[in-house]
Write a protein that binds this ligand. Structure first.
Ligand SMILES: *[C@@H]1O[C@H](CO)[C@@H](O)[C@H](O)[C@H]1NC(C)=O
Ligand SMILES: *[C@@H]1O[C@H](CO)[C@@H](O)[C@H](O)[C@H]1NC(C)=O
Ligand SMILES: *[C@@H]1O[C@H](CO)[C@@H](O)[C@H](O)[C@H]1NC(C)=O
Ligand SMILES: *[C@@H]1O[C@H](CO)[C@@H](O)[C@H](O)[C@H]1NC(C)=O
Ligand SMILES: *[C@@H]1O[C@H](CO)[C@@H](O)[C@H](O)[C@H]1NC(C)=O
Length: 459
């Protein structure tokens, strides 16, 4: 099954892609980093019932947070764009607080940070190039740090067979076992992180969330960025689920792949109030193998005003976990599986036929099609429109799904597919709406009403 292989990117190819994308800037650091994760984790669910139980328990713990954890209904955090295509927030863990930068990843399910002075990264490509400079969380300096015991109800995993938690080293049902929750290992798109779960205080001005489950990652292989990772997925240990918020929202503001842009905001919201002016797409029920993604109900996609007629088996996830449309803030570009990609690019090529293809850019970027606009005074790229179940449409302008390089008058379709040399393995979903597509959209993940709200706006 496709989901048994983690998604692997060819770092080199993406490096060239970044090179092209940033060739107009003088001092842009050419980091070899991509929208990190978009964790195509290996899958769990040999134990779907256990999973359902966890979900039930998750609802309980959310209710608990709602009763005891709230001071103000809305919390705003600054959201910073980065050259590698990700967006981060700053979070403070521990007592006294230690502040670290965390990538916001809606396609990922736990929160973890590079941790302890022994933190080691093998084959990692940090943006600051020096692993010694990686900001780490040091639990030894925190009085609120607790090692998670293996009998703790949080010491469980249904998300990945690689996270064997519980108490395998204890005898039978002995209540008295003092072992720590075993080491986790989280496979990501191009790397893997492992360490120990801790229970910590997560601090916001005027609010402390106690017993927050945070991963203390002591070793990583092939990570692309030094930043810690905040999973915002649909499962119980993601940041919004542990906080018990009813919705979270953000507005991404950068196409520029640089680190100097003004930040935008991430909202964590405990209130029931309805946000004005949003259109909604329903979240679909998750297949048991991919519990953390936000699957969107999509009827079809148009390019310009032409419906692609995408067969429904690609639009909704099957019980085996394949297919479906997910929105993933941790995935920079977009993705379409082979047959969908073919439908989309055939139509796109037809509508763009007055422009010359740039094979040079295609070779350099490893994506296709690319166009050379030299000699054209004005360029028109058709909109890409998602038609959601219920009638709402999301109109993604050409700028959001093409990597446009005005300096060399060229642009490439920034949606990758299977078999292209930017992808070494196949995601389960058929379509991934990556973060570049929702730049300059306010997007709200309405967890309570299980829907995605959105509106176009300047962020
Ligand atoms: C869920 O909570 C119940 C009651 O606290 C507990 O007995 C059960 O073991 C929990 N299940 C899981 C999978 O954590
Ligand atoms: C690190 O990269 C080298 C060269 O690409 C490779 O031979 C080695 O196996 C990698 N190590 C790990 C732990 O992945
Ligand atoms: C609990 O552990 C202690 C020491 O590790 C041992 O002496 C005691 O018998 C254990 N109790 C039970 C009920 O297992
Ligand atoms: C950042 O914000 C300031 C003040 O609002 C504004 O003047 C400036 O143009 C912004 N910079 C960018 C790169 O958007
Ligand atoms: C675009 O076309 C011009 C004129 O033929 C050529 O000089 C240039 O190298 C081309 N650029 C790309 C990126 O294909």
């Amino acid at each position: 099954m496709a989901s048994s292989t983690p998604l692997l990117f060819s770092v080199f190819t993406l490096f060239s892609l970044l090179l092209l994308a940033s060739s107009s800037k003088d001092n842009t650091p050419l980091t070899i980093t991509i929208p990190l994760t978009s964790t195509f984790t290996k899958n769990p669910s040999t134990e779907p019932l256990l999973f359902l139980q966890h979900l039930a328990n998750a609802s309980l713990s959310r209710a608990h947070h709602l009763k005891h954890g709230k001071t103000s209904p809305l919390r705003q955090i600054s959201l910073f764009p980065h050259s590698y295509g990700g967006h981060s927030i700053s979070l403070s863990f521990g007592t006294p607080p230690q502040k670290l930068s965390f990538i916001v990843d809606t396609g990922s399910h736990v929160v973890w940070a590079p941790c302890t002075t022994h933190y080691k990264c093998t084959n990692c490509s940090f943006s600051d190039a020096d692993p010694k400079k990686v900001p780490i969380f040091n639990p030894e300096l925190s009085s609120s740090d607790k090692i998670l015991g293996c009998r703790d109800s949080k010491c469980v995993s249904v998300f990945s067979p690689d996270v064997h938690l519980g108490c395998p080293r204890c005898n039978g049902n002995s209540k008295n076992c003092s072992h720590a929750c075993p080491r986790y290992s989280l496979p990501y798109a191009i790397g893997e992180s492992s360490g120990y779960f801790r229970s910590e205080n997560l601090n916001f001005p005027g609010q402390t969330i106690h017993n927050f489950l945070v991963g203390c990652t002591t070793s990583s292989v092939g990570e692309v960025t030094s930043a810690a990772l905040a999973g915002f997925g649909r499962t119980m240990f993601s940041l919004p689920m542990q906080m018990g918020v009813k919705k979270f929202a953000y507005c991404l503001n950068s196409h520029d792949y640089d680190d100097t842009r003004n930040s935008s905001k991430l909202n964590l919201d405990y209130s029931d109030s309805e946000t004005k002016g949003l259109s909604y797409a329903p979240f679909l029920k998750n297949p048991p193998d991919s519990p953390f993604y936000y699957y969107l109900g999509v009827e079809d996609i148009t390019i310009g005003n032409k419906f692609l007629g995408i067969p429904s088996k690609y639009l909704a996830p099957g019980s085996d976990g394949s297919g479906g449309v997910v929105i993933d803030s941790g995935f920079w570009v977009g993705y379409m599986s082979g047959p969908v990609f073919k439908l989309a690019t055939n139509e796109l090529k037809r509508q763009m036929s007055k422009y010359r293809r740039s094979l040079e850019a295609e070779t350099q970027c490893g994506v296709t099609p690319c166009y050379n606009f030299t000699g054209h005074k004005s360029i028109k790229i058709p909109d890409l429109i998602y038609h959601f179940t219920g009638g709402a449409t999301m109109v993604v302008p050409g700028n959001n799904y093409f990597g446009v390089e005005p300096e060399i008058s060229s642009a490439c379709f920034f949606i990758i597919t299977d078999g292209s040399n930017t992808l070494d393995a196949t995601p389960e979903a058929s379509i991934i709406l990556g973060n570049s597509q929702h730049v300059d959209f306010y997007v709200e993940f309405d967890l309570k009403n299980e829907r995605l709200g959105f509106r176009q706006q300047t962020c």
